[in-house]
Every structure is written in structure tokens, then in C-alpha cells.
Design a protein around this ligand. Sequence first.
Ligand code: SF4
Length: 266
Amino acid sequence: MPSTRALIHAPWSASKVSTALRCPRLFHWKYIEKIKEPEVMPEARIGKAIHKALELVLMGTPQEEATATVRAELPSETEQLRYDRLCVGIPAFTSRIGQFRNRRRVSRQLVEYSLAVREDLSVTQFYSGDAYYRGVIDLGYLFSDDALALIDHKTGARLPGTSITDQLEGYVVLAAAAFRHVRTFWLGVHWVSERAVEWGTPVRAETVIDELMPDLLDNIEAAALAVDDGPRPNPGPWCDRCSYRDRCPASKELRYEPVEYHEDED
Ligand code: SF4
């Protein structure tokens, strides 16, 4: 059973768990006080735009039309040019996905597919009041041989030392709860800027039940514990990408370390 402190902050998601573990103050502002983000980082906006373009293309919109529609919503030319550079990889990705689909018997494609589970890991609706953990799968393919491939688009840099299973753990747990007949999960990360798809070792359904589900519940408990002491700041390299950094004194201390000045050194 989850602790009361974990239940209070439900529904959890992968980003909510990582925010809590990284900086309780950011968690407090974003998820408890729900303060509107004072500035949205260009990286976040470009990342969202690429996800949207990929979603449209995978759902059948011609690439030129999809990328142009999304591009028009970006607020500056600089961001549009960064977006253009990332879009260059989309045709190669979709053609690779097409070949992959031709080789395997796909029974269903899942694009931006929302999933949620209750605290006992039974399936519920994404916006339901009893959702305990939820997430949106970027792309998935259900095969007729009881396998499921999950692909997560990442527009940022690779995180050294994290395995693909670690990164997609929450999505596998959600997918395993929703598609109980699936015996094997293939996990892939689409590194958009590198135009590469990296696959991890396939995960068996038994491993999801015996290892990944308990791991995920433990991570949620650790996240709930981290934010239990209130909005303590925890400055670090992630402050550079924090939308609330201008209202956070801890970030300023980190970014502008005081330089000691001694008159007699002149
Ligand atoms: S700027 Fe840094 S310390 Fe301040 S809330 Fe954001 S992540 Fe936390």
C-alpha cells in the first residue's frame, strides 16, 4: 500500500517523480502551488513542437504540412531554425519505422497514447480521480505475437549512466497493466538530434511484475519523502533549465557565486 504522503501528491508521472527527487522547491511551485511557469524554456517549447510534428506525421499528415503547421507556432526565428534542424531527421525516422512495420505483423499503432493506473496498478482513466501514476506513450506497436515495442522521442542530450529500461520504466509498467497479454516489451529511445533509435534488451512480462513495478512504487515513495519537508531548494545544474529560476534566490547564489574582493590585493 502506498504511504499517505505518496497518495496526497497523486497522480504521479515520470517527470513529477524526477522533479521531486531533484528539487523539492520546484516541485512545490509547480505541483502544489501550481504557479504558472514565469518563463518557458526554449528547449521545452522546441521539444514539444517536435513531439507534435512527429505525432502528426505518424498519424498520416504529410511531413511538409505537419512541420510547417507546428513551426508557425514557435515564437522566434531562432527557435524555428533550431526546430528545423531537428525536423531534418523525421523522414529517416518514419521510413525506418515503415520498414520495421513491414517486417513484423503490427496489430495496432499507439501514438501519444495516455495510460493511467490506480495505486494497486489496475488500469483507470488518465483524468480519473483515482489515478495514482500516469503517462503518455510517445509511440508503440502491438504485434500479433504478443510483443509490444515502445519508443520515446528525446530531443535533449543523452543522460550518461542511465539505461533505456531506467528511462522507460514507468511507461513499461503502464503498458504492462493495460495490455496484459503482452509477454515481451521492446524499449527504444529515438534520439531526435542524433537521428538514431537505440533499443534496449527486451523485457519479459515477469520482469515487469517482479522488478519494474516494485521499483516504480519505491521511486514514488522516495519522491514523496523528498518533498515531505516542504519547499527546500536543491540547486544544481538543472537550475539552468528551471522555468522558475528568476524567482529563486538559491539559483542566483549558484549562478553568480560572489567573488571575494580584497583592497590590499591591488
Ligand atoms: S532554480 Fe534550482 S533551486 Fe530554484 S527552484 Fe529551480 S531547480 Fe530548484
